[in-house]
Design a protein around this ligand. Structure first.
Ligand code: ZN
Length: 119
């Protein structure tokens, strides 16, 4: 798998940030991670956050652009953002895979983690 592209100051991520009323947001489209309210460096320094978004990239590849977006929106309407099945799976992946993205093999303390929107 080729490494994802990271896009800072993304207008699309900004819309998502406003919708979710979050301070910072990362959003996956295809093989790109769109950021708003955060920098590439801040994002990459949070292994749980990276692992979460990498799971969305995997989901996107599994279901395809339209399959992913359709299921995502349907899940949002049916369950609310926090309980979208893709989000539940991404939160689980964050716990499971964070160490893979920890640069020095150490996870940062919980208070340094990006807060999950919509709780
Ligand atoms: Zn997510």
């Amino acid at each position: 798998m080729k490494p994802p592209r990271i896009i800072e100051n993304s207008p699309l991520a900004r819309l998502a940030r406003l919708k979710l009323q979050a301070g910072s947001v990362a959003m996956v489209l295809g093989n790109s991670i769109h950021l708003s309210g955060t920098t590439r460096a801040q994002f990459l320094s949070d292994p749980h956050w990276v692992a979460h978004e990498m799971e969305h990239i995997r989901q996107f590849q599994q279901y395809g652009r339209f399959g992913f977006l359709w299921r995502y929106l349907l899940g949002w309407v049916r369950h609310g953002y926090y309980n979208i099945p893709f989000e539940v799976a991404a939160r689980e992946a964050a716990e499971r895979d964070a160490l893979l993205y920890a640069p020095n093999g150490q996870l940062p303390p919980p208070e340094n983690r990006h807060p999950t929107p919509g709780r």
